[in-house]
Design a protein around this ligand. Structure first.
Ligand code: AMP
Ligand code: ZN
Length: 114
């Protein structure tokens, strides 16, 4: 059973109740293009299970699989270098309270991030 929360934007995207630009889908995730890209490639991996954020995630194997998807997506867009970001909590810039992994690439990425 997928953990779903009413009124969660990403749960609705996962359930295809809201359209999105899907890049890849698996048993426990949907990967989409970000609607407001911050780099030429900006994708999001959404676990089908709802966790508010990383601090609420429970399953190490599930998290591990999501990171393997990040690698797959970078290969798909032939990214040489790429950045994987998980914002956790308002102070970090998290705006959607459904755990998601950002994959950014296709331009030189400065460090440290803002
Ligand atoms: P965060 O700030 O880490 O919570 O990231 C949320 C991301 O979701 C932002 O980069 C938004 O641009 C993106 N986003 C918000 N709504 C949508 C949507 N309907 N489809 C795709 N991406 C979205
Ligand atoms: Zn959700």
């Amino acid at each position: 059973m997928t953990k779903k929360v009413d009124d969660c934007l990403f749960c609705k995207i996962v359930a295809k109740e809201i359209p999105s630009n899907i890049v890849l889908e698996g048993d426990d995730f949907v990967a989409i293009r970000d609607i407001n890209p911050q780099a030429p490639t900006h994708m999001l991996i959404l676990p089908k299970n709802h966790y508010d954020n990383l601090a609420k995630a429970e399953d190490a194997e599930e998290l591990g699989r999501l990171f393997m998807v990040a690698k797959q997506l970078a290969e798909l867009d032939k990214l040489k270098g790429f950045r994987v970001v998980v914002n956790n909590g308002r102070e970090s810039g998290q705006t959607v309270d459904h755990l998601h992994i950002h994959i950014l690439g296709g331009r030189f990425l400065k460090w440290p991030p803002g």
